[in-house]
Design a protein around this ligand. Structure first.
Ligand code: MLT
Length: 407
């Protein structure tokens, strides 16, 4: 008799954004005359930067000619892209990351979800609350947790992000082996200073732990005091894996390109206490289960680092940050406390009531979709996340509608 992976039965019935999409779909089907504005899932709306489109078109033309056609590429990504990432995202910030420590992939979501495969199942996990649900759900699937009770899985140390700690969790007194961190943060939009990140690197070194650092939103950082990469912190090469994405940097949510950095100096231990480089393990996993990102897409991603691409992607992130400012101002004008939106495209709003109730109210009365904070964890209760990814026109209309709905 074939049996299921019963860890899946511990999960909530559906993934947060799939659940929201289902609820919104049902509303739209019932009220086709009421157009909905989506400020829920962080999905970009502006077109790709022209430099990326031109590079993609040129690469597509190469694929149409026998002399320049390419079949399978290197699973880890083409050297031209790995070298561009190493130079512009790391060397330019004083970080020592080699091109062959960069693994190109089709998404930071996939990388964040897949990375746990290279670690033992009986390790101690520390996961923020609120949190991007992929970190926790993939560990539940892998059997690293007990059942869920009151919105929390047994066996997980939750790192609470609250107004008291500026939404940047303190290092815990208890040791953990695998720690997930995300800055600028999804969902709160909080940034972590160098000192706060240095405390985490020191914690990881002291406890022989690994930090999984998701910096998918680093392109939104404008404050010079906020590091863009964990590798800006001394010693992080020995304790951290970093995830980055072109999705929010250059509008690639539908185009799909990202990367993980696994330094060759980073090790984890087997039961007998022997150290193993994680680079070799991830390389083994990646080459076994992944066949590389499409050549035209990697060319488009590399164009992000050209002078034109840099200028265009900066304009793109400036645009969304301008929208984020409008949302913050509008929420403050309505008397709702909020954080984020300054070095991140998300605004974390204290709704002062149950977060799903507020979600329903905004959907039903304003036809605006936001993300209920409770979907990100217990500490998200009472909040909603508003995404700045939409056109100015739609956001302005959404803000007017929200104001009317809660007046
Ligand atoms: C989000 O809304 O949190 C993100 O868009 C989800 C993702 O990047 O997968």
């Amino acid at each position: 008799m074939i049996r299921i992976n019963e860890n899946y039965t511990k999960l909530k019935a559906s993934y947060l954004f799939a659940d929201i999409a289902r609820r919104v779909g049902a509303y739209v089907a019932a009220h086709p005359e009421r157009p909905v504005i989506r400020l829920g899932i962080g999905d970009v709306t502006e077109p790709l930067p022209p430099a990326c489109v031109e590079a993609m078109q040129a690469a597509t033309a190469e694929m149409a000619r026998r002399e320049t056609f390419r079949g399978y590429g290197p699973e880890q990504g083409y050297p031209f892209l790995r070298e561009a990432v190493a130079e512009h995202d790391y060397a330019a910030r004083g970080c020592r990351i080699e091109p062959d420590e960069i693994f190109i992939s089709d998404g930071a979501k996939c990388d964040c979800g897949n990375i746990q495969e290279i670690f033992a199942t009986d390790i101690r996990l520390a996961i923020p609350d609120p949190v991007y649900p992929v970190y926790i759900d993939t560990n539940v699937m892998a059997g690293r947790t007990g059942p869920e009770r009151d919105g929390r899985y047994e066996g997980v140390a939750y790192l609470e992000s609250t107004p008291a700690n500026g939404y940047v969790p303190e290092v815990p007194s208890a040791p953990a082996d695998l720690v997930y961190l995300c800055f600028p943060n999804n969902p709160t939009g909080a940034g972590a200073t160098r000192a706060r990140l240095a405390a985490w690197v020191e914690y990881a070194r002291r406890n022989r732990a690994v930090l999984l650092f998701d910096s998918a939103y680093e392109a939104y950082i404008r404050d010079p005091e906020i590091p863009h990469s964990i590798y800006e912190i001394e010693g992080a090469r020995d304790v951290a894996i970093e995830f980055r994405s072109f999705s929010k940097t250059a509008g690639f949510t539908g185009t799909r390109c990202a990367y993980a950095v696994v330094p060759k100096t980073l090790v984890a231990w087997d039961r007998a206490g022997e150290a193993h480089p994680l680079h070799a393990l991830w390389n083994r996993r990646h080459t076994t289960k992944f066949n590389g990102v499409a050549y035209p897409i990697q060319r488009a991603a590399a164009a992000v680092f050209t002078p034109a691409g840099r200028q265009q992607t900066r304009a793109l992130t400036d645009f969304y940050l301008g929208t984020a400012r409008l949302i913050r101002e509008a929420m403050a004008g309505l008397g709702l406390q909020c954080v984020g939106g300054e070095n991140a495209p998300y605004i974390w709003v204290n709704a002062g009531r149950d977060s799903w109730e507020f979600f329903d109210l905004l959907l039903n009365r304003a036809q605006v979709v936001v993300t209920p904070g409770a979907g990100f964890g217990r500490c998200g209760e009472g909040h909603v996340r508003i995404s700045a990814f939409n056109s100015r026109e739609n956001v302005a209309a959404a803000l007017d509608r929200i104001a009317a709905a809660i007046a």
